[in-house]
Design a protein around this ligand. Structure first.
Ligand code: PGA
Length: 253
């Protein structure tokens, strides 16, 4: 059985007072949410990890970074290492989000280096893959996803057992245009099959989560799909009531 994983990706949002209000409303709302069988993770901007860690004391809530360096230490201005994130209470770290692949020209090689650094720091990398609308419409989706996934499979080898995969179609991120549960399921099962060519048990154990305009009203359909093991939530995770509803939606009809 794969555990359900719900991750909040705050991106470049939050500030000291917003975080205080969020943490207080989230902590009290969480008392009414049954989180059995699922892990909930918050990825704020890393500078606020310590503040939120001190404010959200619930042991069912984990923290994650939004990115880490592909280097471990040295003259790399502005970078944050996996070890630093770990020291500040992170269990997870997002790797290769499309906003980083596109804006920061992160290649598949860099994504693999980051994932390896995360694993050696004791973090679980949540590695994002996904296609643009043009790629989907011009039937290049599988080619793009294969090149992203194959780089991960080759670069990480058996360590793929220590990662989470996130399918985030770029056309669905922040657009309000969620992939339908069927569209997402189709890709998730395709990804799992491709991993299965390397190892059946690795594929069966791999958590593959979906991200892209997740809201409380499409959560259930998505989680109902056999190969969707959780959600990566951007915009909706910034609204406490909305994120709490996403966290408590149960799979199954
Ligand atoms: P969104 O972002 O939920 O705002 O579409 C998801 C993500 O980019 O992780």
């Amino acid at each position: 059985m794969r555990t359900l994983l719900i991750i909040a990706n705050w991106k470049l949002n939050g500030n000291w007072s917003f975080n205080e209000a969020y943490a207080s409303a989230f902590s009290s709302g969480l008392k009414d949410v049954d989180v059995t069988g699922r892990q909930i993770v918050i990825c704020p901007p890393s500078i606020y990890l310590q503040q939120l860690n001190a404010l959200i004391l619930n042991q069912d809530i984990y923290f994650g970074g939004q990115d880490l360096s592909d280097e471990t230490a040295g003259a790399f201005t502005g970078e944050i290492s996996g070890v630093m994130l770990k020291e500040f209470g992170c269990r997870y770290v997002l790797v290769g989000h499309s906003e980083r692949r596109v804006r920061h020209q992160e290649s598949n090689e860099i994504v693999v280096r980051k994932a390896l650094n995360a694993i050696s720091a004791g973090l679980i990398p949540v590695i994002c893959v996904g296609e643009t609308l043009e790629q989907r419409q011009s039937q290049q989706m599988h080619e793009v996803l294969s090149s992203q996934l194959d780089a991960i499979l080759q670069g990480l080898g058996e360590q793929v057992e220590q990662v989470v995969l996130a399918y985030e179609p770029i056309w669905a991120i922040g657009t309000g245009q969620t992939a339908s549960a069927e569209q997402a399921q189709e890709v998730h099962s395709w990804l799992r099959e491709r991993v299965g060519k390397k190892s059946h048990s690795m594929a069966q154990n791999l958590q593959i989560i979906y991200g892209g305009s997740v809201k409380s009203d499409n959560t259930k359909q998505l989680l109902n799909m056999p190969d969707i093991d959780g959600l990566l939530v951007g915009g909706s995770s910034l609204v406490v009531s909305e994120f709490l509803s996403i966290c408590q939606v149960n799979e199954g009809i």
